[in-house]
Design a protein. Structure first.
Length: 367
């Protein structure tokens, strides 16, 4: 079975001339170098006209492949000599913050059901992938073709129930799993077993030679990356520790722990000693970690719960501003509390009727 398309970077070759949408490129193993760009061909029509209630669509693989090749070549042109000065100056470290911003802009478009801009935000996120891959190609590390090959092999390897056991093994699967599963839970079990087998596979010579950070012994928590948002990292650390038997038996056992951490935070904060600020921060961290793991036991994603809480606060505060007889800063604490209570009730009543609220915020407004 031909698992990986080798259209842009054929194996065993160093370059290939590719023509697409008026763009002629010599594609090298270390990146695409466009030789001619005809910008008149850049304005391509959408696959379907937009509609208020759109019908299901099917992606045209050939068109998508051509457009992806075009994106790769444009990125290469921006980074090539004579390209964009700003793009050429960027490094892996300098664009990290933009990657995080683009991820959250995608989240925002999803939560607001802003499908008019959703595709654009996904394109901005894809740009980050192309940017990183082109910088890596410039340094001789890997290319976007390697990224795609790794992704394709992983998808086939971890879906034997879709592509067949033979194809899964050809893509590197070494786990003994049932390829005839049908339920989602069985699929997830297979996924975890295949993933675990990948980690048990012998490391390459390069991996074995690479020094470990600080020469510290390996820990099963090492697989939880530090780059995650703190709430997501806390949940994953708790889940990993659970597999070693180090966890609270149930969510009810976390409630006394919350009270304990709250009391310890109160004791540190009551000291009034500025020198105790690091201890106060540590106790607040312990409280947050416990709350995140309470959410894990309850099946609630803490990051999404907090984002939803932030959205509710925005909605209620905006309603307070609308209803206030004068600027909020001129009101007394009792007046502000009354406005807050009124805003909660008003938004909750709207949620019951679905009036003026996106579908995904209705349940949030009621809480």
């Amino acid at each position: 079975m031909g698992i990986i398309a080798e259209r842009v970077y054929p194996l065993g070759t160093q370059s290939q001339d590719v023509v697409f949408e008026g763009l002629l490129c010599t594609v090298h193993k270390n990146g695409a170098v466009p030789r001619k760009v005809n910008w008149e061909h850049m304005d391509l029509p959408p696959e379907r006209p937009s509609a208020k209630d759109p019908a299901p669509q099917t992606t045209d693989p050939a068109r998508a492949a051509a457009l992806f090749e075009q994106s790769v070549a444009i990125m290469a042109r921006l980074r090539a000599p004579g390209g964009c000065p700003w793009d050429r100056e960027q490094s892996f470290d300098s664009i990290r913050k933009y990657t995080l911003e683009e991820v959250y802009e995608v989240f925002d478009a999803i939560e607001r059901r802003d499908f008019a801009h959703f595709a654009e935000e996904l394109g901005d996120l894809l740009l980050q992938v192309l940017f990183y891959a082109e910088m890596a190609a410039n340094e001789g590390r890997f290319t976007i073709a390697d990224v795609l090959e790794s992704l394709n092999r992983k998808l086939v390897r971890r879906h034997p129930h879709v592509f067949g056991d033979e194809a899964s093994r050809a893509a590197g699967n070494r786990a003994e799993v049932d390829a005839a599963v049908e339920s989602s839970s069985a699929v997830l079990r297979n996924w975890e077993e295949i993933k675990a087998a990948e980690k048990r596979a012998p490391a390459s010579c390069e991996d074995r030679a690479a020094p470990k950070a600080g020469n510290q012994p390996a820990s099963r928590l090492d697989s939880v990356v530090r780059a995650l948002p703190a709430l997501a990292e806390a949940a994953k650390l708790g889940a990993k520790a659970q597999k070693s038997g180090f966890d609270w038996p149930s969510w009810r056992d976390l409630l006394p722990k919350l009270a304990e951490e709250t009391a310890e935070l109160e004791a540190e904060a009551a000291s009034g000693d500025p020198a105790r600020e690091p201890a106060i921060a540590a106790e607040l961290g312990d409280l947050l970690f416990t709350a995140v793991n309470l959410g894990r036991h309850l099946g609630v994603d803490a990051e999404m719960a907090l984002r939803n809480c932030n959205l509710r606060f925005r909605q209620r505060f905006r309603e307070m501003e609308r209803a206030a007889p004068r600027p909020l800063e001129e009101l007394s604490p009792d007046e502000l509390e009354a406005l807050w209570t009124q805003a909660k009730k008003k938004l909750a009543s709207r949620a019951v009727s679905g009036h003026d609220l996106p579908a995904q915020t209705i349940s949030q407004a009621r809480s």
